[in-house]
Design a protein around this ligand. Structure first.
Ligand code: MG
Length: 169
C-alpha cells in the first residue's frame, strides 16, 4: 500500500541569520527567521512525510513554543519524523520538492542539498528530487521578503519482519 503527502512552508528573510536550505548553509546577506534553523525546504519535506502517514503536522510535533528545540538542526527534525513513520512500518518511496526563492541562486547548491537529505534519511539520492525556481519578481518572494518551499512524498507500508523460525535439521 502506498500513500502520498504534500507539504508547504514559508519563512521570512531577515538580517543576522544563517541561510540553511536542505541542510546546507548557503552564503547570503540574510537568513531565514524561525524557532529552529528555519530550513524551509526540510520543513516542507517533513510535513509531506507526516501528511502521507496520516499524522498531525510539523507544528504539532515541533511547536515553536518548545524551548528544548530552539535552534534545532532541521535534519534532526527530519530524522525524528522518519522515526515516527518507522514505528508504523512506513518507509519512504520517494520525495520531490521545490524551493521558491528570488535570491541567492540556488542551482549551484541543489546537489549538495540532495546529498545531505539522502544522508539524513538513508535513502539513495535518486529517490529525492530537489528543484528551485524564482517567483519572477512577483509578490513577497519576488521582493526577497521570504523563501517558500513545497514538497510531495510517497511512502509505503512495509511488512513487519517476523522472527525467524528455528530451522529443523
Ligand atoms: Mg517552517
Amino acid at each position: 500500500m502506498n500513500f502520498v503527502g504534500i507539504g508547504y512552508d514559508v519563512h521570512r528573510l531577515v538580517e543576522g541569520r544563517k541561510l540553511i536550505l536542505g541542510g546546507i548553509e548557503i552564503p547570503h546577506s540574510r537568513g531565514l527567521d524561525g524557532h529552529s534553523d528555519a530550513d524551509v525546504l526540510t520543513h516542507a519535506i517533513a510535513d509531506a512525510l507526516l501528511g502521507a502517514a496520516g499524522e498531525k503536522d510539523i507544528g504539532h510535533y515541533f511547536p515553536n513554543t518548545d524551548p528544548s528545540i530552539q535552534g534545532i538542526d532541521s535534519q534532526e527534525i527530519l530524522a525524528r519524523v522518519q522515526a515516527i513513520l518507522a514505528t508504523k512500518q512506513l518507509a519512504i518511496v520517494n520525495i520531490d520538492c521545490s524551493l521558491i526563492a528570488e535570491a541567492p541562486k540556488i542551482g549551484p547548491h541543489l546537489q549538495a542539498m540532495r546529498a545531505r537529505l539522502s544522508q539524513t534519511l538513508q535513502i539513495p539520492p535518486r529517490r529525492i528530487g530537489v528543484k528551485a525556481t524564482t517567483n519572477e519578481g512577483l509578490g513577497f518572494i519576488g521582493k526577497g521578503e521570504g523563501i517558500a518551499a513545497m514538497a510531495v512524498a510517497s511512502i509505503q507500508q512495509v511488512e513487519a519482519r517476523l522472527p525467524e523460525e528455528p530451522r529443523i535439521a
